[in-house]
Ligand binder design. Structure first.
Ligand code: ZN
Length: 282
């Protein structure tokens, strides 16, 4: 048996065994999309034109599409290792992230991800976990099932100030308050979940250079931003709309790009986004 044949045989065995075939990222690599979801709803539960809401049937359609296209989900650490160290990840990788710990995380998203063998990154507001024991228990259960739980601060203040909309408390944070929001949320989650917390998503995408520096001091190794969608114009410091929305190697882990998916994103737009890296409104 010559070596070429042996390599071919191993490749075929791997390809047909269901094992992911890993690739090293190169210059032509399109990068990794990080999708951002908030509340997933059953029909007519909440107005669909409000910010950050997606009907369950649209969510199912998107996850089913990703699965049929051969996408595999990775967690925040795998994303970090890829964009900073070029560590191999599956050829078609995607990060599914969920902010604010809505009940739908546990009731709709968690069972759906399990059904597809997928994982998700859930950014939790720890002040809510303290107040709501049921929610805290659910988050713990999800962490035990290998879902990736990370920090979305203690109180969900918009730490960098900026453009704000109804009902959300805002402030330009003092260093002390920001430090409490960043540090204490990490400490709480590490204790509650018995794991290292290394990633944070900025509430309302509101941050500045000073806050990024503070988050680094507080032990975070990666920070997630959010790109605005049409109905969600509260995100004030989103990066340029014309830019590719995917995360490539090498890039700065303190400015991880996410794409906000809500009801303003049609299925055609979603498919186009996954193919091109651009969210284009019809
Ligand atoms: Zn949030």
């Amino acid at each position: 048996m010559n070596y070429r044949f042996l390599f071919l045989l191993i490749f075929i065995l791997l390809a047909t065994s269901g094992w992911p075939i890993f690739v090293l990222a190169g210059k032509t690599d399109p990068g990794v999309p990080v999708l951002l979801y908030h509340r997933i709803t059953k029909d007519r539960e909440v107005p669909l034109d409000s910010c950050c809401v997606l009907p369950e049937k649209n969510f199912d359609e998107q996850i089913d599409y990703l699965y049929r296209q051969g996408y595999q989900t990775i967690n925040s650490t795998q994303l970090y290792n890829y964009i900073t160290k070029n560590k191999p990840i599956p050829m078609k990788s995607v990060v599914l992230s969920f902010d604010d710990s809505y009940a739908s995380d546990y009731e709709i998203v968690f069972p759906t991800l399990k059904k597809y063998g997928y994982t998700g990154v859930f950014f939790a507001i720890t002040g809510d976990m303290v107040k709501n024991k049921k929610s805290a228990g659910r988050i713990k259960e999800m962490a035990e099932a290998k879902m990736d739980i990370e920090s979305h601060t203690v109180n969900h203040y918009y730490l960098g100030g900026g453009k704000l909309s109804g009902g959300v408390r805002s402030l330009t944070a003092s260093v002390l308050l920001a430090d409490h929001e960043l540090w204490d949320s990490r400490q709480y989650l590490e204790k509650a979940l018995d794991k290292k917390i290394k990633f944070l998503a900025w509430p309302g995408d509101s941050y500045n250079e000073r806050l990024v520096a503070l988050a680094k001091e507080d032990g975070y190794i990666g920070l997630f931003m959010a790109k605005p969608s049409r109905t969600n114009n509260i995100f004030s410091s989103g990066y340029n709309q014309g830019q590719n929305s995917f995360n490539v190697y090498p890039s700065d882990p303190f400015y991880l790009k996410r794409i906000n998916i809500d009801n303003s994103v049609t299925f055609e737009m979603f498919k186009n986004l996954m193919t091109t890296g651009h969210l284009v409104y019809e």
